[in-house]
Design a protein around this ligand. Structure first.
Ligand code: FAD
Ligand code: SIN
Length: 524
């Protein structure tokens, strides 16, 4: 199938780009499951923007740089922060029912922000945003939404009918889940908006599909990848043996929630940082981890029960309902929480137009390393990045349309040398192994020895998975496993290369921060 622009991913970044492009171009948006399956629909807290009287861009820029431990690219931070109010206006026009206070936005507070800055829809902002973007995209005649289409690899010159060594991207090969066939999607421009890689870790707040497919595909296509060691762990994921990845939004702490050691009842965050519960996430996650490990706990307590019940229910209606269903009344008792992987700060390198290293390939959202987050993402800056960069990619493509060559004839996917898998247990086993050792050896607190252990294991698994991939017909699980292995290897390599502790990368072997802030850039 040939379209003008192909977008891999139907979350905030992909749909923003699609809606901007659709005025002039025919666009296809692929999703590997249902259209709403990405992390966007799961976002709780909200979107950061300077909207409070007394706040200004300089404050938001400074807070972002402080959270990012100085590794951020200032030009990117300025670009995103200054475009934030406009992005919120666009969403409001699409019908996102942001909470209001009189005629003004209701703004909540989150860790690392010096002002109230978070626009939100109760405690389920992402769902409201996803619904509004999706409704607008479905209504547009120039946008085709294509669910159940799993991108396998980007199409390069070597896939042309007349072989070429060109690194230009012409689209993707994608597996249709319904037919089991690999289809060819070609376009003048391709945008990767495929989200993060949280599922490389055993415990993660991210959805099942966050397997870093876009990062792995871009890497295989020759793009540089950067800062993969900076995996963000959210301090407060619900501890529950049945519900394994339910987030308790940072806004609970923003509205007065406090963290306590369940054994002693002690409020410990002031011992770790002057900003207490509202310190940046890396600090709170490490504090929770330290309390849990020191006292042999299963979890710590997050308590908002000192606030009036009506206040709690009004601010966090979804969390209240969900936890009531699990037998926890948050207006009367504390919530058991643990840290869990939450966000992938590193990714495919892009410039301010969303361009990657490969001609014809753009990227936006969690799949990228745009320079916004540095060594640690400031809360609620991530949806914002999707809106600003989704829009930037679209504008650049449109402005440069005449310079983008139409795709050449492409060879069909070749299955002549593979057969159906005879031992799918291999996939499940490798998947489990990776997530387990990434959690244990490449987690919140690292050492060189643990990283080296992880490196040995990932080298072994990479060979096994490549061997398996070359013999058997692709399935969604195999595609994801191949990407998961690739991305885990990039994370470990990046972590081993960083000989300092900065932001989210904390290693006992190099506990100090180096004088100079430098990105980790991996060349394919
Ligand atoms: P996603 O929304 O994750 O979408 C990825 C898309 O790519 C999906 O459509 C998926 O199907 C598709 N895809 C992936 N691989 C393939 C493939 N191989 N083939 C085809 N399609 C593919 N950020 C904030 O700023 N504020 C918050 O309050 C907030 N809360 C969060 C709460 C939770 C529980 C989580 C997990 C994250 C939260 N974040 C928050 C982070 C934020 O939600 C994400 O960073 C953001 O939504 C990412 O959007 P995206 O468009 O880049 O990708
Ligand atoms: C949250 O609501 O705590 C998540 C916010 C974010 O990830 O930015």
């Amino acid at each position: 199938m040939e379209v003008d622009v192909l977008i891999i991913g139907s979350g905030a970044a992909g749909l923003t780009a699609a809606l901007q492009l659709a005025a002039t171009r025919k666009v296809a948006v692929l999703a590997k499951g249902s259209i709403s399956d990405g992390a966007t629909a799961w976002a709780q807290g909200g979107i950061a923007a300077v909207l409070e009287p007394g706040d200004n861009f300089a404050n938001h820029i400074e807070d972002t740089m402080v959270a990012g431990a100085g590794l951020n690219n200032r030009a990117t931070v300025e670009f995103v922060v200054e475009n934030a109010p406009l992005a919120i206006e666009r969403l409001a026009k699409l019908g996102v029912p942001f909470n209001l206070e009189g005629n003004d936005w209701h703004l909540t507070r989150e860790g690392g922000h010096s002002h109230r800055r978070i626009v939100h829809v109760d405690d389920a902002t992402g769902w409201a945003v996803q619904q509004a973007l999706e409704a607008a995209a479905r209504a547009h005649p120039n946008i085709s939404l294509v669910p159940d289409m799993v991108a396998v690899d980007l199409i390069l010159g070597r896939h042309q009918e007349r072989f070429s060594t060109s690194g230009r991207i012409h689209g993707v090969y994608a597996l249709n889940r319904k037919t089991g066939r690999v289809e060819t999607y070609t376009a003048r421009a391709t945008i990767l908006a495929s989200g993060g890689a949280g599922r490389t870790y055993l415990y993660s707040t991210a959805p099942r599909g966050a397997t870093g497919d876009g990062i792995a595909m871009a890497w295989r296509a020759g793009c540089r990848v950067s800062n993969m060691e900076f995996m963000q762990f959210h301090p407060t994921c619900l501890y529950n043996l049945e519900v394994k990845n339910f987030l308790i939004t940072e806004a609970v702490r923003g509205e007065g929630g406090i963290l306590k050691n369940p054994k002693t009842g002690h409020r410990y965050m002031p011992d770790y940082d002057d900003r207490a519960e509202l310190a940046p996430r890396d600090i709170v996650a490490r504090a929770n981890d330290a309390e849990i490990k020191r006292d042999g706990l299963d979890y710590v307590h997050l308590d908002i029960s000192h606030k009036p019940p009506e206040f709690v229910k009004a601010h966090f209606p979804n969390i209240y309902e969900k936890l009531m269903g699990l037998g926890i009344d948050i207006t009367r008792e504390p919530i058991p929480v643990v840290p869990a992987q939450h966000y992938t700060c590193g990714g495919v390198i892009v410039d301010l137009d969303g361009r990657t290293d490969a001609p014809g390939l753009y990227a936006a959202g969690e799949v990228t390393q745009s320079g916004l987050h540095g060594a640690n993402r400031l809360a609620s800056n991530s949806l914002l990045e999707c809106f600003v960069f989704g829009d930037a990619c679209a504008r650049h493509i449109d402005a440069n349309w005449d310079r983008l060559p139409p795709p050449p004839p492409i060879r069909q996917w070749d299955e002549s040398r593979v057969t159906d898998s005879d031992e799918e247990v291999v996939i499940a086993q490798c998947w489990r192994e990776i997530r387990q050792f990434m959690w244990n050896f490449v987690g919140i607190v690292r050492t060189t020895k643990r990283l080296e252990r992880a490196q040995h294991r990932i080298d072994l698994l990479r060979h096994e998975v490549e061997d398996y991939y070359s013999h058997f017909r692709v399935t969604p699980d195999l595609i994801e496993l191949r990407n998961l292995v690739e991305v885990a290897a990039l994370i470990i390599r990046s972590a081993l290369a960083r000989h300092e502790s900065r932001g989210l990368h904390f290693t006992l072997d190099f506990p100090k921060m180096a004088d100079e802030a430098r990105d980790t850039i991996l060349l394919p």
